[in-house]
Design a protein around this ligand. Sequence first.
Ligand SMILES: NC(=O)NCCC(=O)O
Length: 413
Amino acid sequence: MESSNGKPPHEEKEGKAAEGSIGGYESLHRLLESNLSPELFKEASQLLLGLNCARSLEAISLPGATKALAEAHDFDVQAFRFNADKEHMRQQRIVRVGLIQNSIAVPTTCHFSDQKKAIMEKVKLIIDAAGASGVNILCLQEAWTMPFAFCTREKRWCEFAEPADGESTQFLQDLAQKYNMVIVSPILERDINHGEIIWNTIVVIGNNGNIIGIHRKNHIPRVGDFNESTYYMEGNTGHPVFETAYGKIAVNICYGRHHPLNWLAFGLNGADIVFNPSATVGELSEPMWPIEARNAAIANSYFVGSINRVGTEVFPNAFTSGDGKPQHADFGHFYGSSHFSAPDASCTPSLSRYRDGLMISDMDLNLCRQIKDKWAFRMTARYDMYANLLSEYLKPDFKPQVIADPLINKRKA
Ligand SMILES: NC(=O)NCCC(=O)O
């Protein structure tokens, strides 16, 4: 949507491009939409997003109440539909799935209770919008109750950790029940029954407000300012798939998306939808962001919901990145851009790079099996061959299978 004087909307509103915008636009998709002719935009869009059942992805309209909440509280809301072919012997399995991205709500210098309360208050409004839209399964962003303070290496941020059945879970249990919605809640967990150990955890809350189970982040980053290994260890919960009233779901937490075997394991356990709640910044990972999730959806014949937080979080004390550059007090810009990818290689556009948002998608889960039948990736995967390689690789005397050219150093001048 371009404004009346041809300027991108936020440039006009704020007199300058918002931090994280692309020349004043919220996303690449919106930049293209505003600057290409409708015919060219349609073609570009089809190339970028792929086709679903041989057609462009359809946008769906949402109730007035959702739009009113988005308008009043300035969050981006977008909604699309992934179709599957109609089958003779199986009913459609359509579920409405939502992703929420958000910035923190007050400065990181505020009292911790006030920070958490303010985030919960703002996220509640977006959950209300998801509820008003009839969302069945909703996933929040990684460590949603707090700033992503792990860059600082300061242990005081551990105060945000809470038991899996703690305050934020109880808060969401009420909303899950109210809206008959499954909610996936990524938190910093404190395991009080095991010596107060801290984990990066997701809690799956069923549509009756019950806790179905938890999963703990499998792969912990040691890259850039993501000093998460200072706070928690690799998870001990394997690759659970949660069978909910609306489908089988799993959660690959943030940095796990760089590990194809992590994606595979959730697929082998039967997931139809895998969420990837994340916290990641532009320079480090943005070129990977649209590729990895989409590739996982294709390779594993399931839907992926990718979520990233938004905004720049400034911390009270400056820290260094161990790269010889000056100390700094922020992590860089969390670029939002939450979106869905489908097993047939289509995907939605992304939410805003700088505003809070709610991405909604209807998806017929039958598409997962239809794509398995079409591409037969499971049938052609040769898992036994790879199981063998991996078990050899794990042995201390493993020798890489390399066949060297015997003439490699024998070329005459
Ligand atoms: N939160 C987290 O694991 N971030 C790591 C950076 C990335 O994977 O992009």
